[in-house]
Design a protein. Structure first.
Length: 139
C-alpha cells in the first residue's frame, strides 16, 4: 500500500499535468494575427471603417470588430473608400449568380446590369449573401 506522501506526490504530479495541458490548449487557441511567435502575439488593429462582403453593410471599426470577410477603409460622406483587399475568414468562390459588389455603396450589382465603376469585388450572389471570387479588390 502506498504511503500518504507518495499519494500526495502522485496527485500533485497529476494536477500539474492537467494544468500544463489546459495552459497549452488555451495558448494554442489564442489568435495570433500578424504575429511571428506566440510571445509577440497581438490582435490585429481594427480599421476605421469596414464593409461586410456578405451583405455590403458599412461598420465603424471603433464600435465593432470585423466579422467574416470584409474590406477595411475609410468613409467619405456616405461613400466607402477601401484601403486594401479582402481580409477575414469566410467562403471564397461559392457558386451562385454572377455579380459584383460595388464597394463605394455596398450595393450588389447583377451581371445582367451595367458594371459599376471601381472599386468593386467580383463574385456571386448566393442564398447566404455575396461571395467573392477572390480576395482581390478591383481599383
Amino acid at each position: 500500500m502506498p504511503s500518504a506522501a507518495r499519494t500526495r506526490r502522485a496527485r500533485s504530479a497529476n494536477l500539474i499535468g492537467v494544468l500544463a495541458l489546459a495552459a497549452s490548449l488555451l495558448l494554442s487557441a489564442c489568435p495570433k494575427a500578424g504575429a511571428d511567435s506566440p510571445t509577440t502575439a497581438t490582435a490585429a488593429p481594427s480599421p476605421n471603417w469596414w464593409l461586410s462582403v456578405a451583405d455590403g453593410k458599412l461598420h465603424r471599426g471603433l464600435d465593432e470588430a470585423p466579422v467574416g470577410l470584409y474590406v477595411g477603409g475609410d468613409r467619405e460622406g456616405e461613400r466607402f473608400q477601401p484601403g486594401g483587399d479582402i481580409e477575414g475568414s469566410g467562403i471564397i468562390g461559392a457558386d451562385g449568380e454572377p455579380a459584383v459588389l460595388e464597394l463605394a455603396t455596398g450595393r450588389v450589382v447583377r451581371a445582367s446590369e451595367p458594371r459599376p465603376p471601381p472599386p468593386f469585388v467580383e463574385g456571386a450572389l448566393t442564398a447566404a449573401g455575396f461571395s467573392p471570387k477572390t480576395r482581390k479588390v478591383t481599383y
